[in-house]
Design a protein around this ligand. Structure first.
Ligand code: ADP
Length: 282
């Protein structure tokens, strides 16, 4: 890659995060992490529990951490922490209601006071929170509270947003809504780091970085992560090698391909939409 092109990139080189120095035999939380993150890209960070996802996500968000070695250049993400959306919305809400939450976030990010009402209104409107913007948290569902946390995180249009299993406690409808808002923020130019274990929602065209034992064991396209290059061979796919369960639609594709039932010249289908297209073919 051309050096000039890399300038805006967020770069991690040879990063190590040591384990707990008090705990005997504790291993490093992260080791040998080399990562380039481009402005505006969507990066899925996956791995089993304890593989280092949260440690890496917090590091990317610029949250302070002990025992970090190696080089980090935040590039396009700039100085200061990036918004970080956690699994439990209640741990990150400071205001009394969605409108106040968004206003606080804008104020904290240094947006001039006279711009705050309009900008708050805009993000509340396109996240669908406007009708309930002044309701107290007790009257809102977990999904609505998480959406308010996402709206507050996205309000200041920072160049990077980190979502750490932000939808894992939500029902399907709320999960879809939060993911939709995150997608829209990404399409408007914000880079998104999306920590997840829900591989059935993976966009096969998006980038996957998989961690195992604190190291990056895969960095590439979602489809290859799920299916591997063998496309139906006997070996395990990168997803399975990480100890993660293959989503049903991806394992069905591998099985049908093995039986010779799928077009060998087309990419194997892994999403419901792609399966619909395959099944429509004569
Ligand atoms: P994941 O998000 O994939 O579940 P984590 O990043 O939370 O993984 O944890 C990676 C490793 O670091 C685990 O072995 C965990 O026990 C350890 N760890 C997590 N938080 C701390 C901490 N604050 N201090 C020391 N070790 C930690």
């Amino acid at each position: 890659m051309n050096e000039q092109l890399k300038n805006g990139y967020f770069k991690l080189s040879g990063i190590k995060v040591s384990g707990d120095p008090e705990a005997e035999g504790s291993s490093a939380r992260l080791e040998q992490i080399d990562l380039l993150l481009a402005p505006g890209e969507w990066l899925n960070l996956v791995g089993v529990n304890g593989s280092g996802k949260t440690t890496l996500a917090r590091l990317l968000a610029g949250l302070t951490m002990e025992g970090v070695y190696g080089e980090m250049d935040r590039g396009f993400a700039g100085f200061g922490p990036s918004p970080y959306v956690m699994q439990h919305p209640d741990a990150q809400l400071f205001g009394e209601n969605p409108r106040e939450e968004v206003s606080f976030a804008l104020e904290w990010r240094g947006v001039p006071a006279d711009e705050i009402p309009d900008r708050s209104e805009r993000i509340l409107s396109w996240t669908g929170l406007l009708p309930i913007a002044d309701w107290p948290w007790e009257q809102l569902s977990g999904g609505q509270r998480q959406l308010a946390a996402v709206a507050a995180s996205g309000a200041a249009e920072t160049p990077l947003l980190v979502f750490d299993e932000a939808t894992s406690m939500l029902d399907d409808a709320s999960r879809g809504r939060v993911q939709q808002v995150a997608g829209r923020l990404c399409r408007s130019g914000t880079a998104v780091v999306w920590v997840t274990q829900r591989l059935n929602e993976l966009d096969p065209y998006s980038r996957v970085v998989a961690l195992a034992g604190g190291k990056i064991v895969y960095d590439g396209a979602g489809r290859q992560f799920l299916l591997g290059d063998g496309l139906g061979g006997k070996g395990q796919t990168p997803c399975e090698q990480c100890g993660l369960r293959l989503p049903y639609l991806a394992s069905l594709a591998i099985e049908m391909n093995r039986l010779g039932k799928l077009d060998p010249h087309s990419p194997l289908p892994v999403t419901a939409e792609e399966w619909r297209e395959v099944l429509k073919r004569p």
